[in-house]
Design a protein around this ligand. Structure first.
Ligand code: CFM
Ligand code: HCA
Length: 531
């Protein structure tokens, strides 16, 4: 019996009926493997997904350093979405503002919920203006705001008028959609409407780039910029890691968009293509091989022999600097297996980095990826408009509907192919998986535990919610969202850091060396039945 079936047969028939479509053991036969994704979680299943507000505020708009982002809602939402996601930022020029160390919130109380919180929000913004003088303010709504009907858009318009700054109200109440993914859409639409394209500062050099979907976790974006600048590219703006309003407003003037995380920001790439004619390339700077491939693809796009030669020169030099260390870690890690459970993009990036070290990713799961992220092909037209997905479409489609498209069109694919660019790379999780490997949508802790037991990976990468329960079962676990406060893991230097960290973890699995007390004696002293 396959591991997937052993897992699923433990469910009641009702849950089985649902979950069987979200867990796939790859066959890779004639028919393409499929999975159901981006649908509502079964109540009570203890999902590890986050909410729409987390996707908008925590993920996409929060990292913009010169913007004050105020959470309109309870303090807990503001606190949780601040600092826990390690998006690093530093001022890059004299006088540049950096509000990342601050958490701004209206701290809604019961009386505000009863009588309305717009006044409190406006008072808060007055205070922010007096103390910090930002040129841009974002307001992010949490669940209660949608329920009591505070109009954050109207407040933003009043703030713009009063102070002559940019202000955007994001109605990203946590309950919208089915996961963080809805919040990404809402954030992207706001940035597209009011930030991208409002500047007029042209790039200074011949080849200029934006990096989309790079949030500078553990300094990943800085490593990518280092390499790209070495080759000679100008980075106009990064969305949104160490990013800023000041650079994003000029991003429509760059030559090419690179898309790192394809889940959270792909809509913007397509919208910018439609509105400003900027091409985009899906890249992956996670993994040595993947980084080289991406750099070659970018040079190929510009089709300049000098740039292509310079790219090869930099690649050769970077490889010569890291190859000894990579080979050493490879000798320690070759043949080991991994499981990965993250948001919506990293599993298919990191399976390539693991392969650089001779490791295979035998289990891969996502919280909120869409089918195309798993299957690596254009499946948009196949989404069935059932009650749930109809609901998703309503809030995810751009206000300007004809600007909304997630993928290349057939003509765009032909144009890029004519430049010698292969588009099958990095296009989803399944194409890089082998027969028998398991993929899971909206993974839960029960399924994590069960698949670890049956497939026995040497290491399991996940997040803060599940890391410790996995370790307590004796399996090494490292956080792939925050890198356990290490990093960067991107690019050439990042690959070395990654090799070092996982070698350290796998060879120091202290958790497997101890017998937890609950395995030898019951921990509860009392008796059932009141005896
Ligand atoms: Fe993109 Fe991300 Fe991810 Fe994501 Fe995230 Fe993240 Fe992630 Mo955590 S934007 S989809 S919503 S790569 S915060 S930097 S690590 S779940 S896999
Ligand atoms: C989020 C952010 C998160 C959480 C990570 C985790 C991140 O989805 O709200 O659960 O460990 O990367 O910080 O994905």
């Amino acid at each position: 019996m396959k591991e997937r079936d052993i897992l699923l047969e433990k469910y009641s028939s009702r849950v089985f009926k649902n979950r069987k479509n979200h867990v796939t053991q790859l066959e890779l036969g004639e028919e393409p493997d499929t999975i159901t994704a981006n649908t509502r979680t079964i109540p009570g299943i203890v999902t590890e997904r986050g909410c729409c507000y987390a996707g908008c505020k925590g993920v996409v708009v929060g990292p913009m350093k010169d913007v004050v982002t105020i959470t309109h809602g309870p303090i807990g939402c503001a606190f949780y979405s601040w600092g826990t996601r390690r998006n690093k930022a530093k001022p890059s020029y004299e006088g540049e503002q950096n509000f990342i160390p601050y958490s701004f919130c209206t701290d809604m109380r019961p009386t505000d919920i009863v009588f309305g919180g717009e006044k409190k929000l406006e008072d808060g913004i007055d205070e922010i203006m007096q103390l910090f003088h930002p040129k841009c303010i974002f307001i992010c709504s949490t669940c209660p705001i949608g329920l009591i009907g505070d109009d954050v858009q109207a407040v933003a318009r009043r703030v713009e008028k009063k102070y002559g700054i940019t202000a955007i109200g994001f109605s990203c109440e946590g309950y919208k959609g089915v996961s963080q993914s809805a919040g990404h859409h809402i954030a992207n639409n706001g940035l597209m409407r009011q930030v991208i394209g409002v500047g007029d500062k042209k790039p200074k050099t011949k080849y200029s780039l934006n990096i989309l979907g790079e949030y500078n976790i553990g300094g990943d974006g800085w490593e990518q910029e280092r390499i790209l600048k070495r080759i000679g590219y100008e980075i106009v703006s990064v969305f949104t890691g160490d990013g800023s309003f000041e650079t994003m407003k000029n991003s429509h003037l760059a030559d090419l968009n690179l898309v790192m995380c394809h889940r959270s920001i792909n809509y913007v790439a397509q919208m910018m293509k439609t509105k400003y004619g900027i091409d985009w390339l899906k890249v992956n700077f996670i993994g040595v091989g993947a980084t080289c491939k991406s750099l070659r693809m970018i040079a190929q796009y510009f089709d300049d022999p000098e740039l292509i030669a310079r790219t090869e020169e930099v690649i050769a030099d970077e490889l010569s600097l890291i190859s000894d260390e990579i080979e050493y870690y490879k000798s320690k890690l070759k043949g080991k297996t991994a499981g990965i459970f993250v948001g919506g993009s990293r599993a298919h990036h990191y399976q390539l980095l693991l392969r650089d070290f001779g490791m295979e990713t035998i289990i891969a799961g996502y919280e909120f990826a869409h089918r195309d992220d798993f299957e690596g092909r254009d499946i948009i037209s196949q989404i069935k408009p059932d009650a749930d997905s109809k609901n998703i479409e309503e809030i995810t489609v751009s206000p300007d509907e004809n600007l909304y498209r997630e993928r290349y069109t057939a003509e765009e694919i032909e144009a890029l192919k004519a430049k010698g660019i292969e588009l099958d790379t990095y296009d989803g999780m399944f194409p890089d998986m082998e027969k028998g490997y398991v993929a899971v949508d909206d993974y839960n802790l029960f399924e994590t535990d069960e698949l670890i037991k049956s497939m026995k990976p040497d290491i399991f990468f996940s997040g803060i919610k599940d890391k410790y329960s996995i370790q307590k079962a004796g399996v090494v676990s490292r956080q792939m969202h925050s890198y356990d406060y290490s990093g960067p893991y991107a690019g050439f230097n990042g690959a070395v850091n990654f090799g070092r960290d996982i070698t350290m973890s796998i060879y120091t699995n202290a958790w497997a060396l101890t017998t937890p007390p609950w395995k030898v004696a019951p921990l509860l002293g009392g008796k059932i039945g009141g005896e």
